[in-house]
Design a protein around this ligand. Sequence first.
Ligand SMILES: C[S@@+](CC[C@H](N)C(=O)[O-])C[C@H]1O[C@@H](n2cnc3c(N)ncnc32)[C@H](O)[C@@H]1O
Length: 450
Amino acid sequence: MLQIQLSEYQFLRDLIFNRTGLRVDDSRYDDLMEVLETMLVESRAASIHNLLYMLSSQATTDPLWQRLVDLITIGETYFFRNKDQFRVLQDTILPQMIAERRQQNARFLRIWSAGCSTGEEPYSIAILLRELIPDIDGWNINIVGTDLKMANLEFARKAVYRDHSFRMETRSDIKGKWFTPNGRHYELRPEVRRMVTYTPLNLINDEYPTIQNGMMNFDLIVCRNVTIYFEESVTRQVVKRFHQTLTDSGWLMVGHAEPMINTHNEFTPRNYENAIFYQKANEPQPVFQMYNPFPAAVDTKPAVVESPQQAQEETQLIHLAKLAADRADWKQALDLLQKAEKETSLRMQPQLHYLKSLVLSHNADAEGALQSLRRAIYCDPNFALAHYALGEMYEKRGELREARRHWNLAQNSISQLDPTASLPLDDELTIEMFKDLLDFRLNNLTAKNP
Ligand SMILES: C[S@@+](CC[C@H](N)C(=O)[O-])C[C@H]1O[C@@H](n2cnc3c(N)ncnc32)[C@H](O)[C@@H]1O
């Protein structure tokens, strides 16, 4: 394996963070070395030193940077991801915007999906607009999808998807209504595809708002599951710039578990059923519930039909793994969890990864445990116990800022819960006890590092 000096590794990690907002976990060291080796050959750089110099002077759209971007980004997405948010868009926010524009006789809308990955998000909005605006051909609708990873944008432009892009939450009627099947693929109908344009944009260091490429005056900015792993100060900067890139009463839609009042305080939060949206206007406005004459059928049936027995057997794997862990049979527990991870239906189950982290800790595999905890949080950013455990791991490593960040996130995720209820996944601890525990750990941290 490629050998580099510690100072070079640290320089690279900082460079990646400063240019993308993303932190490379130390557990990915071997993967990073593998990619660096390829980059050395491709760039014909004479040494690691030269390669690092080249990287620091190039844009993130450069093919060399894209090698790193491939390694560090997660493109997980699907059509109509988070149905509660999409319901609010469909029933309230979009109808309100459309009605206002009709009144002003200004038939245009501008929407930006920032961190759009392979296009499922902006296309879901395009589909909603087609369903909500019967005379859409008389409108000027401009939806822009941007991402750091060029390959994602290339994929999105083609708009040909597989079953994986249609999940439990995806309305089951959209495949038949808006896609043409072709073998194992589904091609998005051209009238929807045409509504979205794609362009690379790095939220950390590219320009916005700007008139140069029209990144300004948006009615709605959607940025979900992108800033989760940015540090708070970075997110604050990004959110501030979103604020400047919106029209006067424009909307910001963030991931359902992302809203943090302190990073979004220039916006007015608007609460809906199971969803918070942020509006640029300062005065609270009455929630506008407009009659929608063209409701889209809401159907939560899984897109991939699985027999109930099959689903039960798969879920059983996690249960059996837990029983094995309870009797300290770590080997069996790990085997079962690894088997469970291979099942598509289980891969996104936060408990699976949390349990795996416990098992790996018992096997003294601290790096593996850390990675599993991060996966658990990726699957459920509100997973308080996983944040707590991550905080502990970071504290042990002396990474106190990260420890504090995760304990603060654990605090946020339980702040609305009934103090007398028991903590999810831990019957012995009430929310109140857990809160006290977090306060205690955070106070100790402050004493160590004021
Ligand atoms: C998990 S996907 C989210 C996709 C979609 N928004 C959703 O919620 O389904 C995160 C995307 O953010 C992109 N991303 C990460 N850092 C970025 C940055 N600094 N600028 C722009 N995009 C970024 C990644 O390439 C990836 O496609």
